[in-house]
Design a protein around this ligand. Sequence first.
Ligand code: GLN
Length: 476
Amino acid sequence: MSLYDKTAHELHELLTTKKISAAELTADVFARVDEMENKVHAYLTLTRAEAEATAKRVDEKISRGEKIFPLEGIPCAIKDNICTKGIRTTCASKILENFIPPYDATAYQKLLAQNAVIVGKANLDEFAMGSSTENSGFHTTHNPHDLERVPGGSSGGSSAAVAGGEAIYALGSDTGGSIRQPASFCGVVGFKPTYGRVSRYGLVAFASSLDQIGPLTRDVTDCALVLNAICGHDEMDSTSTAAPVPDFTKSLVADVKGLKIGLPKEYFVKGIDPEIEAAVHAVAKKFEELGAQIVEISLPHTEYAIATYYLIAPAEAATNLERYDGVSYGARVDGADVVEMMTNTRTEKFGAEVKRRIMIGNYALSAGYYDAYYLKALKVRTLIQKDFTDAFEKLDLILTPTTPNVAFKIGEMVSDPLQMYLQDICTVPVNLAGLPGISVPCGVTKNNLPLAFQLIGKALDEEILLRAAFTYESLR
Ligand code: GLN
């Protein structure tokens, strides 16, 4: 029996009924890793010894007759911008090639508290800047559905690991779409929680006002289980919300009767893949048949979202990345004096995209341009937020495509950063507004590539997203 392609909740059942052991499960997933990794390249670091030690602990617990947590003994992948004590955390950057964090990120720590089995640290675009993993400082990850194509990004290692059977679920991070877009490209569920729901402590900062950790899973039930594990207030992150965390599994109810779902016309623009457009409309129709009400809405400032995001995110990134100076963290390349040492370090160790963001960000923040660019972007961000607030006065949910196109070929977009940025058109508004969003698989194209839709909810209303997603998934 192969175990690597099952969901966490199925495996939990097999573990508690002693049909399998955690050691067997871990061995099965690592056998799959051995089979797939030379084709998929989902990981930057594998942690077999840690995984086996945890599995052993879980089996001892089970044999003592103790109750186990829902994610206990289940193998997972952790995006390599999430700090793991004693385990290399590179952010897929040469500048952190040998960085071993002295502490755990809170979200990871919460998984450890459940005795989660960590398979390894998953690849990403350097510092989570990108949409394909081609910006990784080490290697590109390949999409398990078609090895010539990208898995999406920046959490492309996480999504490919889950889709390829190299982990049962994964943690990713989403600043402008980096969980939802790779989830859509790889045919898995990806959830970006409300800003503040999951602690950012120990998530290496890219753009602090946008970053959020979230799950990539095989189904909506697993998504609820991982959210249950990782959400909650954390005094180590001043932006984490004190709002109580519900039991998200209570939202796994197949019922959308009476829900009002908005379809924003700005998300169905020219250039969108007709197969995606048709798939999302078919999803809307299904919801309607199940008793939801579909209304066409307008989010008028959507067209400014990319420009706004690509000022705010680089501005915050330029500031956050100042710390990599060859002194406090990571790599150092020597020079004649301290200025030359810092220059050499940053010139040699940062990749092209990261440098591009630092330059855009510093430009937008510089004395002469601050008002014209950064401040203006903040004002437009407020307008984008207001679009959603207004829309949600009469709605429960918003339904959109996750991406304008399906997984593209490796190399197809690398020479055109602007085209790559346009990938994020449907996802960045959600981060700018701090709202929760989920990407849910909805079939395949005629070329067998995964299709997906996105649901957006009100702040802190993760539950309604799970409910609607679960309803859709129950139709299969
Ligand atoms: N693709 C977007 C970017 O490059 C989003 C990245 C992310 O969400 N981390 O910035």
